[in-house]
Design a protein around this ligand. Structure first.
Ligand code: SF4
Ligand code: SF4
Length: 294
């Protein structure tokens, strides 16, 4: 059963599929401690729905299986002709991954209904309070690196995570406990431009460039702005230095910084409609570009 589902998911482009029980997730206590200790700026929503995070069946009545699936994002780095870059996962040449992956996830939900006609399923793409990386680890598709990313062995961390919650009872392989394959490596911690990785597996999001350039509604202070280098959307440093990821990857082209700065909202929507850039918005992109240019 699991293999049939995995084959179907792989045909749709997913690279790893795993099954876990909807129990209190691994790392739940760590997550609660982290929430108390860390300044989390505008992402206070993480503090809501703690009960649901502890007890995933609250997301779907009769939940029996959580299926974690990983989908690769392009390894190429978006770059302007004048040499400024954005995080790989911004995929400005493609539709926003939330939309694409939800569509693929729904196809998988339909497939589950064909196998288990009485079942109900729900797809989550950053859309539900669930500790997604913990369930991915429990499902056996990867491990969490010291950079806090899920690392899929043989592939690395350049992937999106999708969960399918289903009332269908898939066989659940036993979980032997988390493993860590980082060994003595500390490259991600050593190279984080702002020191946001304060310790292995411990991130201070309030100074993480990925948070500051995408999520934060506040101005970016001078000190953090000075650490953005030439990247004006997100930050890939703690993944680029990771030996589990491939290096020397090609580049995809996006408009010049000048072109983006002179865009009207209409131009912007025409070019970046339904991409992750639209999610961030023109105003924030312009703010970020002005900071890296200054
Ligand atoms: S995304 Fe950048 S700023 Fe954030 S933890 Fe990784 S290296 Fe540090
Ligand atoms: S850079 Fe090193 S320590 Fe960091 S996640 Fe990769 S292997 Fe682990």
């Amino acid at each position: 059963m699991n293999q049939v589902f995995t084959d179907k998911a792989k045909k749709l482009g997913f690279i790893a599929v795993g099954f876990s029980k909807p129990t209190t997730p691994l790392h739940f206590d760590f997550f609660c401690r982290w929430l108390k200790e860390i300044e989390i700026g505008n992402i206070n929503y993480l503090k809501r729905n703690i009960d649901i995070r502890r007890d995933p069946p609250r997301l779907l009545e009769g939940l029996k299986t959580i299926i974690s699936i990983a989908y690769p994002y392009p390894l190429s780095k978006p770059s302007t002709p004048d040499g400024y870059t954005t995080s790989r996962y911004s995929t400005p040449q493609e539709q926003d991954y939330h939309l694409r992956l939800r569509r693929l996830g729904k196809q998988l939900c339909t497939f589950i209904t064909e196998i288990f006609p009485e079942s109900k399923s729900r797809v989550c793409v950053d859309s539900a309070p669930i500790l997604e990386r913990s369930f991915a680890v429990m499902s056996g598709i990867g491990f969490i690196g010291k950079n806090n990313m899920l690392i899929v062995p043989g592939y690395g961390s350049y992937c999106f995570l999708v969960e399918i919650l289903t009332t269908a009872q898939f066989p659940i392989p036993s979980f032997e406990g988390p493993e860590n394959r980082c060994g003595s490596c500390t490259k991600c911690i050593d190279r984080c431009p702002t020191g946001a990785l304060k310790a292995p597996f411990y991130i201070d999001v309030s100074i993480c460039l990925s948070y500051l350039t995408i999520e934060s509604k506040d101005n970016i202070d001078k000190e953090a702005a000075g650490k953005m280098g030439n990247t004006f959307f997100g930050c890939d440093v703690c993944q680029e230095v990771c030996p589990f990821n491939k290096s020397d990857l090609p580049i995809v082209s996006i408009p010049t910084t000048d072109a983006i700065l002179s865009m009207t909202e209409i131009d912007f929507i025409e070019i970046f409609r339904k991409t992750a850039f639209e999610r961030v918005g023109l105003e924030k992109l312009k703010r970020n570009i002005k900071l890296v240019l200054s």
